[in-house]
Design a protein around this ligand. Structure first.
Ligand code: MG
Length: 291
């Protein structure tokens, strides 16, 4: 039997939390970002009004101000974001015992066994959007599909506050035209490798010869082939399941090369935040280090 998996993503998480705490911020373009004094802090999240000015996560505050001089910058309050994250995750846990968080603001839910109680995947997704908004003031976008990778694509497909269903019937029509780099774990390097093979869309990746993908990209090639063809069968972890991780790390590709201590510090803080959250979830700690 096909599984029903949801991927829930809090929209503009840090910025949305700040807007809940201070609703006046909704009416102005605002972003959460650090260290404005040095002109090197980076944007960690932005509200809908700031999006209209094409403000991007991970660009410098200085770049953002070029596009929107009146942008209001709010310093990050990480404790508050953790508190909101927990509240949202607790709501998800009412619907299934398979809730796997991915950073503070995203989670997969396997609701296959919950449908008798709560309705089909789309119904649960719509209800979750409603309940999260009512109880926390945050909006989420939800992807519904038969595997984790496509559910994640779905939560990205339409936002904010939307449900997208990629079913057995419609997924090729919607997912094949998407850029290959939209797939989970496809970074800038892999994207460049794929372009060399003439692959720009998920559909082209799905149709490519699996063996030649593996010969060009190694193990990752096989994984991407499975992802693009909807063959990802990874389970959503149980709420209290501790996987046997060897290491926890994080990496993103910034929109530009970071320069200067302030900018690099801001970038590292953003990455550390997600690593720390995943470590806390597993009751792990690391020796202290200085940044
Ligand atoms: Mg988010």
């Amino acid at each position: 039997m096909d599984r029903t998996i949801l991927h829930c993503d809090c929209n503009g998480f840090y910025a949305s939390v700040e807007c809940v705490m201070n609703p006046a911020l909704r009416d102005v373009p605002m972003a959460v970002g650090g260290d404005e004094e040095s002109r090197h802090g980076i944007i960690l999240a932005k509200n809908e009004k700031a999006k209209k000015f094409n403000i991007k996560t991970a660009e410098t505050i200085w770049q953002a101000r070029q596009k929107c001089p009146e942008l209001v910058i709010v310093p990050p309050r990480h404790d508050l974001y953790h508190e909101f994250s927990k509240r949202v995750m607790d709501i998800y846990k009412r619907y299934t015992d398979r809730v796997e968080s991915f950073g503070l603001d995203e989670a997969w839910l396997d609701v296959t066994e919950s449908k008798m109680l709560f309705g089909d995947g789309k119904h649960i997704a719509d209800e979750l959007r409603h309940v999260v908004r009512e109880e926390t003031g945050l909006t989420i976008s939800v992807g519904v599909s038969f595997c984790k990778v496509f559910a994640k694509l779905g939560s990205d497909y339409k936002k904010p506050d939307a449900t997208t269903v990629f079913s057995r019937e419609n997924w090729k029509e919607f997912i094949y035209p998407l850029p290959a780099q939209d797939l989970l774990f496809v970074g800038r390097k892999t994207t460049a490798e794929l372009h060399k093979l003439g692959i720009t869309t998920i559909g082209q990746l799905a149709a490519f010869d699996e063996r030649s993908l593996v010969s060009h990209l190694g193990k990752a090639g096989g994984m991407l082939y499975r992802y693009a063809n909807g063959l990802d069968d990874e389970e959503v972890r149980l709420v209290n399941e501790k996987d046997d991780v060897k290491s926890i790390g994080n990496g993103i590709t910034f929109s530009h090369d970071l320069t200067g201590e302030g900018e690099i510090r801001g970038g590292i803080y953003a990455l550390c935040d997600s690593v720390a959250s995943r470590m806390r979830a597993r009751d792990l700690n690391a020796p202290p280090c200085r940044l």
